[in-house]
Design a protein around this ligand. Structure first.
Ligand code: ADP
Length: 261
């Protein structure tokens, strides 16, 4: 519990700091890219200078992407909660995920026959999948298989997980596995820390999994991570279930606890 508290305090502090810096930094960036573009349009530069300006513009574009990520991370995301079918979210974002991972990685989705109704923010659950798929891609540089599977599971008693304590109840489970490089114990322990990254400078921000953590927590869910170096990685995302619909019959299960909106 103490660990959890530390993590959320850290997220809070980092979020505020990052948001402030990102905002000011963005204004400065606009000056850089604005004048850069003016110089480029001027047409008075020789080839070498044109190339240099292009470098400046490309670098400021990268920096703009980074600040965008920071702003998204720091913004206290207001949740637009609605009862949604988890399978529908996956079906809807599938094409986009396929684009992210590219042609060398195969995407396989196995959706549970039942309609898994959860109270969730559609866009945020998509964000979780996008961040997981991005990491999976980076872990499978030589190609591989990304599998997304849905199901449900009852948690009988409070249990501790990487992302904190799980309360008893029924959960929709989204399993995302890759056949990539995997992680050692130390990395596994730290992935949810904001700014923790093992990627090269300029490649990773270390915010992807912190965002996943934040979103899942806000939905009163939890996450399990299974990974071994060289053996790929599996994330299991648990989200409180609102109901399971089976062949037209609807069985509504009392939600674990209403998510904080
Ligand atoms: P970033 O992707 O920018 O590094 P994240 O917070 O998304 O930041 O991930 C943090 C770290 O967790 C990554 O740098 C990587 O070491 C590890 N990681 C996350 N997902 C995976 C995965 N599917 N396979 C291997 N390592 C992973």
């Amino acid at each position: 519990l103490e660990e959890q508290l530390r993590q959320s305090q850290k997220m809070e502090a980092v979020g505020q700091l990052a948001g402030g810096v990102a905002h000011d930094f963005n204004n400065i960036l606009q000056v850089i890219s604005g004048y850069g573009n003016m110089l480029k349009m001027d047409g008075k530069l020789d080839d070498r200078q044109q190339g240099e300006i292009d470098h400046i513009l490309a670098a400021s574009e990268k920096a703009a992407q980074l600040t965008k990520g920071l702003l998204a991370f720091s913004r206290k995301q207001v949740m637009a909660l609605a009862p949604v079918n988890l399978n529908d979210i996956i079906e809807n974002v599938k094409k986009f995920l396929a684009r992210i991972i590219g042609e060398d990685i195969q995407l396989k989705t196995i959706t549970c026959e039942n309609r898994l109704k959860i109270y969730a923010d559609w866009g945020q659950i998509e964000q979780v999948l996008i961040n997981l798929a991005t990491n999976a891609r980076d872990a499978m540089r030589k190609g591989g298989l990304l599998t997304i599977e849905t199901g449900f599971q009852t948690v009988e008693a409070s249990t501790d997980h990487e992302s904190g304590r799980a309360e008893p109840g029924c959960y929709a489970v989204m399993t995302v596995s890759d056949t990539g490089i995997g992680m050692d114990k130390e990395t596994c322990k730290r992935i949810f820390e904001p700014f923790y990254t093992t990627k090269e400078i300029g490649k990773g921000t270390g915010l992807g999994m912190a965002i996943v953590y934040g979103i899942v927590k806000q939905h009163n869910g939890f996450i399990d991570v299974y990974s071994e170096p060289g053996q790929g990685t599996t994330f299991r995302i648990y989200l409180p279930i609102h109901g399971i619909e089976q062949s037209g019959l609807e069985e509504t299960i009392a939600p674990v606890a209403p998510p904080r909106g």
